[in-house]
Write a protein that binds this ligand. Sequence first.
Ligand code: NAI
Length: 247
Amino acid sequence: MINLSGKIALVTGSTRGIGKATAQRLAEAGASVVVTGRSEDRAGEVAKEIAQSTGAKTFAVGLDIGSRESIEGAIKRINEEMGNVDILVNNAGVNRDTLFVRMKYEDWDEIIRVNLTGTFLVTQLVVKGMLKKRWGRIINMSSVVAFIGNVGQANYSSAKAGLVGFTKTLAKELAPRNITVNAIAPGFIETDMTENLPEEIKQGFLSQIPMNRFGKAEDVANVVLFLASELSGYITGEVIHVNGGLF
Ligand code: NAI
């Protein structure tokens, strides 16, 4: 039912986890997908894998959202080689957890710079093409911790809460141009980001999830697909929670 053929989708941080599953879903729906990661070689491998399994056109580019120079260079190449992006999924994100009293300035600064400022920079460059086309979908990856907080994540939860305000403001500014801006707040999803957490922390989370299981990257990717499609055309400024009932 969802047909994204003719659309160009850019997914940041799509070499693994939620980003990779999202790139796969969008390609399955017929979009041409730009796979990005800090390593262009790794992005190339994933782009090839997705192209082979879906038949979609893919393009790989190195894009470090912690670096303004890298972002500017990558978006220029994407525009030249693929054209203007229709669907932007601001997925790339990192955490550097430590208790607030021990949190160094660098721990705070890096997480805000990568997760929040990086998203601002990518979006500002990509939105220009959407404004010309008078069509666009922007989907920002927030987190449940933006809403409930989490011990050790003052930096990360602040960045993810910042993305909610960013989403809601952009939604208002861009709605007249037929560009929707929404966020997804995943709960506990099984990826590299959560894999190495101590078992007792994982069990603590699990006991709070009414569906009694952790989420899968595809659970989030399916919602991105919906938000990227025409089906969600009258939804903007929303946060969709994907957490099995945790919040
Ligand atoms: P992951 O660690 O498996 O993947 C993160 C992706 O971002 C990777 O492709 C990585 O290469 C990329 N990335 C990291 N730093 C980057 C940088 N400076 N420039 C470009 N790419 C960079 O994590 P996961 O779980 O797939 O996370 C995806 C998004 O979902 C992140 O924004 C994360 O904060 C968010 N999220 C994840 C949850 C989870 O339980 N796994 C829960 C809530 C939100």
